[in-house]
Design a protein around this ligand. Structure first.
Ligand code: CAA
Length: 384
């Protein structure tokens, strides 16, 4: 019996900030953002969307009645929770009409939360093959206006259904992981934006990748030649290039070119949406599956997950017959194309008006939000 990802979907907002506009406003060369950072557009998340509504919008595209019967584990990975106590998973369970005979909770370890959830789901479904698990990675990446991290903001939600005999991807072999107490990126309770030591965080990321990759090769006996593609947590897409470069010299020239090409397919969604924190690795995977022209059933892909603070994990998955969902791929392309471009001033206004930090009753102007699930406001400290 195999266990893995049966369905995957993605949601982000219908507004974006163009990185050339941002570069011009910040007196930077646009090529620094487009090439040096590797980002073209950044999702601007309106106040009518938070991690719960974004997750519900992602799930709505894939959850059917059969899933409703079988899902009894809901794990919500996020570092942008809407409450310090109640988990986002409980809200989501209700909004999707999922079974109440379920375990529903939130997981936090920076951008690693969804991977923690996925690995837990793998163990659970392995032991209970008739059940399914729903794993979410949803976040809004906020560094602050006019900060070096601003160009690496973004947001959205990834949803994944983990089942036995999955149609898309199956887990294969062991994971290798590594953790250490590192102050590269964190967000104290009193802050709405991350504190980050950006260049240090890049170095730690690459170090953790090398560490887990070397251990993985030792344990499995596999080499870079056994992988059709490598996918990464992509806080910004240049970060993945830095990761890939750290191991490329293990491959011959043809293989190097091939891996670079697959990376290009894989970063397409990420470079147009920005950082999803917990969801970024899985957006990279989805982008690879939907955009690559030469993947085949049975191909092995590598996944590197990284959460600042810090936790790294490397594992592999194999492609199953239904790895590509053309209908969903077309829908994502259309949604990304139809987004509204907002000005830097409009983005700043939205950024400064972030709801989770506001006390008291709030009525939001939700009529303009085209998504099926949205936040109408807050009353008596309860989200509506
Ligand atoms: N044309 C082309 N390239 C240019 C350029 C130009 N005109 N001008 C500059 N560049 C290149 C630079 O050479 C540099 O390339 P390399 O990284 O390959 O050296 C790149 O653009 C970036 O330039 P700087 O290093 O000068 O940029 P910066 O100091 O303004 O900050 C950053 C970059 C550190 C990534 C910053 O955006 C940041 O702090 N981001 C948030 C932190 C982050 O994402 N860290 C990633 C690891 S942590 C993690 O993964 C968890 C998470 O999700 C946060």
């Amino acid at each position: 019996m195999s266990v893995g990802i049966d369905k995957m979907s993605f949601f982000s907002s219908d507004m974006y900030l163009d990185m050339v506009d941002l570069a011009n406003a910040r007196n930077e060369d646009p090529n620094k953002y487009l090439i040096g950072i590797g980002q073209k557009k950044q999702a601007v998340i309106p106040n009518t969307q938070d991690v719960v509504t974004m997750a519900a919008n992602a799930c709505e595209k894939i959850i059917d009645d059969d899933n409703r019967k079988k899902i009894d584990l809901i794990i919500f990975g996020t570092e942008t929770g809407v409450d310090n106590s109640k988990s986002a998973a409980i809200y989501l369970q209700n909004m999707l009409g999922l079974s109440r005979r379920a375990r529903a909770f939130e997981v936090k370890q920076a951008c690693y939360g969804a991977t923690a959830g996925l690995q837990m789901a793998k163990e659970y479904v392995t032991n209970h093959p008739d059940k399914q698990a729903l794993v979410i990675g949803a976040d809004i990446a906020r560094y602050g206006i006019k900060t070096p991290g601003e160009v690496t903001q973004g947001g959205g939600a990834m949803a994944m259904v983990v089942s036995s005999n999955p149609s898309m991807l199956e887990f294969e072999g062991p994971s290798t992981f590594y953790s250490d107490d590192i102050m590269d990126f964190w967000r104290p309770l009193y802050r709405t934006e991350a504190v980050v030591d950006g260049h240090y965080s890049n170095d730690v990321y690459v170090k953790f990748f090398k560490n887990t990759w070397d251990e993985y090769k030792k344990i499995t006996g596999l080499s870079i030649d056994d992988f059709k593609a490598m996918t990464f947590h992509l806080p910004y897409t240049k970060m993945g290039i830095k990761g890939l470069r750290a191991i490329l010299n293990e491959a011959d020239e043809d293989k190097q070119e091939h891996l670079k090409q697959e990376f290009e397919y894989g970063r397409k969604y990420n470079e147009n949406v920005g950082n999803l924190y917990t969801g970024s690795l899985y957006l990279n995977v989805l982008s690879l599956l939907n955009n690559s022209t030469d993947l085949q059933t049975g191909d092995r892909i590598g996944l590197f997950s990284y959460g600042s603070g810090a936790q790294g994990e490397f594992f592999s998955m194999k492609l199953k017959d239904g790895f590509k969902n053309d209908q969903l791929a077309d829908q994502i392309d259309t949604d990304l194309k139809n987004r509204k471009r907002v000005s830097v001033e409009e983005y700043e206004r939205i950024f400064n008006n972030w709801i989770p930090i506001k006390d008291g009753d709030i009525n939001l102007d939700y009529e303009n939000d085209s998504a099926d699930f949205f936040l109408k406001g807050v009353k008596n400290h309860q989200r509506i």
